[in-house]
Design a protein around this ligand. Structure first.
Ligand code: SF4
Length: 436
């Protein structure tokens, strides 16, 4: 979502004569768009500011805005701690950035700006008036923001605010802009994307309605959505996985733990049995669907038995391309302070869990060897004759080619893989051993 927001910030500041530069030392204004999900994010912001100060030591200081969820959560503390910052802007106030820049440019008495209101309606009212200029082959499109779930470990409900869904017609309009700009793939975004619900005078629109609508866009090849919550995987959404042929057969469905006891302690609002039922339903309508997930290891109270249940879940679902982290307490969240797990125990569990995920991944990628897969190519890798694309399951695929593959949907014969990517050559026979 930060990538979407950064692009939109760029669209906004173009209206006051700013543009993006690839050369950081040329910049008059820096926007550090931050994420607060993990502990290290804040350190990274101060580290980046340190680098900036060094770079501009003997030159005129550039304007510096810190945006995103770290700005939202730590606004006053940041302005007090780091005088180099000119303004902090929360994720629901970034539509005000052109105004803020103007204010700072003319600010004689050097007042710092703190703009951290939850103005999500006004934000999208402003953004709806400005064309999305992203011309990436694969583009993001925010349809929903905020979260009402209040998982006990998570800062999002406090930094992004309550759930808000954009107007159905505005989302469709923006999707059309992206396709006109050349996008072949659109990923619909939300902190809780499948909680999307927009009600106008006559209809209630859900995520499934958006998927069906986008599926009819002739020039669009692929649709994805992320990140979803198991509680909001509704029957109509499951049905959309069957009826929308452009909806890719991979679903990122965060589970966090394989133990219902820990899920309850996390306030995840579903049991592990319910999670399995969703997976089975989706597999029933879309037999080739695969799943990726997020795992938190060492949540307070997690016993060896709870952890083993997570390993069992991984074995049963055979997740691919998943994320796993050791639990880190976030300020202001209600996760229990007692029953904390010894860091060495958590570390060992994480290693075991990641080994299990990696084993699944290798087994899964090994099945691709010698087979042809359909790849949507996105861009050329820097200074090499290599092109980067993704298959239907979001695997990164790299091939060498003298011809420009960007934007092309091609069949690739896979001949190698590593932890991150599949490698191959352009396949002469599209149908041979067609794997995906
Ligand atoms: S559903 Fe996701 S965004 Fe919402 S509180 Fe839970 S982890 Fe955070």
């Amino acid at each position: 979502m930060n990538e979407y927001d950064s692009n939109r910030i760029l669209d906004l500041v173009k209206s006051i004569g700013y543009t993006a530069t690839n050369n950081p030392s040329d910049a008059d204004c820096y926007v550090l768009n931050t994420c607060h999900i993990r502990e290290k994010a804040t350190d990274k912001v101060y580290h980046d500011i340190g680098r900036l100060k060094k770079e501009f030591r003997n030159r005129k200081k550039p304007m510096l805005l810190v945006t995103g969820c770290v700005a939202q959560a730590e606004s006053v503390e940041m302005l007090n701690r780091e005088k180099y910052i000119d303004g902090v802007v929360g994720p629901q106030s970034y539509h005000l950035i052109p105004e803020i820049i103007k204010k700072i440019e003319s600010n004689k008495n050097k007042n710092k700006i703190n703009s951290t209101e939850f103005d999500v309606v006004e934000k999208f009212d402003t953004l709806n008036l400005i064309k999305n200029s992203s011309s990436k082959i694969s583009s993001y499109l925010t349809i929903q923001e905020g979260c009402d779930k209040f998982c006990h470990f998570c800062v999002v409900p406090y930094t992004r605010g309550p759930e808000f869904s954009r107007s159905f017609s505005e989302v469709v309009k923006e999707a059309k802009q992206l396709v006109q700009n050349g996008s072949k793939e659109i990923t619909l975004l939300g902190q809780n994307v499948n909680a999307y619900e927009y009600i106008d005078q006559t209809n209630t629109y859900r995520l499934s309605d958006l998927l069906v609508k986008l599926n009819n866009f002739k020039e669009l090849n692929r649709i994805r959505y992320t990140t979803s919550h198991p509680k909001d995987v509704t029957k109509d959404l499951i049905q959309a996985h069957k009826s929308c042929d452009k909806l890719m057969p991979i679903l990122h469905l965060p589970v966090q733990s394989g133990s219902s006891k820990i899920l309850n302690a996390m306030n995840r609002k579903h049991s592990i049995l319910e999670y399995h039922e969703i997976i089975e339903e989706l597999k029933r309508v879309k037999p080739d669907i695969r799943f990726s997930s997020d795992f938190i290891i060492g949540y307070p109270g997690e016993t060896e038995d709870d952890f083993n249940q997570t390993l069992d879940l991984i074995e049963r679902v055979q997740f691919i391309n998943s994320y796993s982290f050791i639990y880190s307490p976030r300020p202001g969240t209600p996760a229990p302070k007692k029953d904390t797990i010894n860091p060495d125990v958590s570390k060992k569990r994480l290693i075991r869990l990641q080994a299990a995920l990696e084993e699944n991944n290798s087994k899964y990628k090994n099945e691709f060897l010698g087979k042809s897969i359909e790849v949507l190519f996105e861009n050329k890798l820097d200074k090499q004759n290599k092109y980067f694309g993704r298959d239907k399951f979001l695997n990164s695929v790299i091939v060498e080619s003298d011809q420009d593959l960007s934007g092309q949907l091609m069949y690739i014969e896979v001949n190698n893989f590593n932890h991150n990517s599949l490698f191959g050559t352009i396949s002469n026979d599209e149908k041979r051993n067609f794997a995906a």
